[in-house]
Write a protein that binds this ligand. Structure first.
Ligand SMILES: [Zn+2]
Length: 302
């Protein structure tokens, strides 16, 4: 049986989410889950849980403040498996792994993301979760793994996306293998842990679907997914129109710029021409005056 986490929807004042900032999704995400670790041993060592005084509460307080502008995540997962939710994953993309640095393009999802640079990598990710911990001394706990699996299972049912490592399940190191190599796992255990996570998520998914009491809920989720897809289709169309308009505007700007350059070139040529003419005039005047002086001398001599 799976363990359902407690989820406290505490929200956020940090406005660093959505593309463009603050806007709802404009493309359909294809990655179910991206796993992160907060990486701060101080909060990892604090009491577990999501209430004031716990490490996860402190992490949330810091990242959700109005003054914090760097990044964002949909959820913080405490070391006891309970969750603080900041904003809705279906409505908004988070800002947590937009940094592509030597990305692992051998994963199909990363390959897809890298091939579409017109969108931020975060936009392709449905849900980005931060697990309180620090690679090396506070690795993800069994409870955190269970919660991440449970969330992935629910999202998989809601979206119809399969649960496949590298295709729908990623971790920060896949995007940035240089500075984020330890997010959320150290390289030596990463694949084993993610394989276990995916296996567990698939199990929970099946249990949720088999669960009679869940069946009605699953139907409701499917209806929500339908609505989500319809809305996304509209948004995508709208976005593509805007993109086309943007391209047209850029082309117009480029042509205007090029005609500006041509105009400047013509002005330059005209300036050169007039300078040349005035030099020629001066030379001619000098030659004439010299000749007339010579003529004067000659005439005087006659
Ligand atoms: Zn990360």
């Amino acid at each position: 049986m799976y363990k359902e986490p407690k989820i406290a929807k505490l929200g956020t004042q940090n406005t660093s989410y959505g593309y463009p900032q603050g806007q709802k999704r404009r493309i359909r995400p294809s990655v179910l889950m991206v796993v992160h670790i907060t990486g701060n041993p101080d909060t990892a060592a604090m009491p577990e849980g999501i209430t004031p005084g716990t490490g996860t509460y402190q992490e949330w307080k810091y990242v959700s403040s109005a003054n914090y502008k760097q990044n964002s995540a949909h959820m913080f997962v405490a070391r006891d498996g309970n969750v603080i939710e900041l904003f809705d994953a279906y409505d908004y993309a988070a800002w947590n792994n937009g940094d592509l640095k030597e990305p692992e393009t051998s994963w199909p999802a990363i390959k897809r993301i890298v091939s579409q640079p017109q969108n931020n990598p975060n936009e392709f990710c449905l849900r980005e979760v931060e697990c309180t911990g620090s690679t090396g001394n506070y690795e993800l706990t069994a409870e955190q793994m269970e919660t991440v699996a449970w969330i992935s299972a629910k999202d998989s049912i809601q979206t119809g996306f399969p649960i496949i490592r590298g295709d729908t399940v990623l971790t920060h190191a896949d995007f940035n293998s240089v500075d984020r190599a330890n997010c959320a796992f150290k390289a030596s255990t990463r694949e084993a842990r993610l394989a276990r996570l995916c296996g567990r998520a698939a199990e929970i998914r099946q249990q949720l679907l088999d669960d009679q009491s869940y069946a009605a809920h699953a139907k409701e989720l499917a209806a929500q997914a339908e609505a989500f897809n319809t809305k996304l289709a509209e948004l995508t169309q709208d976005y593509e129109q805007k993109l086309a308009l943007g391209v047209a505007a850029l082309t117009a700007e480029k042509i205007a710029h090029e005609s500006d350059v041509t105009r400047l070139e013509i002005e330059k040529l005209q300036a050169i021409k007039s300078t040349t003419t005035s030099i020629k005039d001066r030379v001619r005047a000098n030659v004439l005056s010299e000749a007339s002086e010579k003529a004067d001398v000659y005439l005087e001599g006659i």
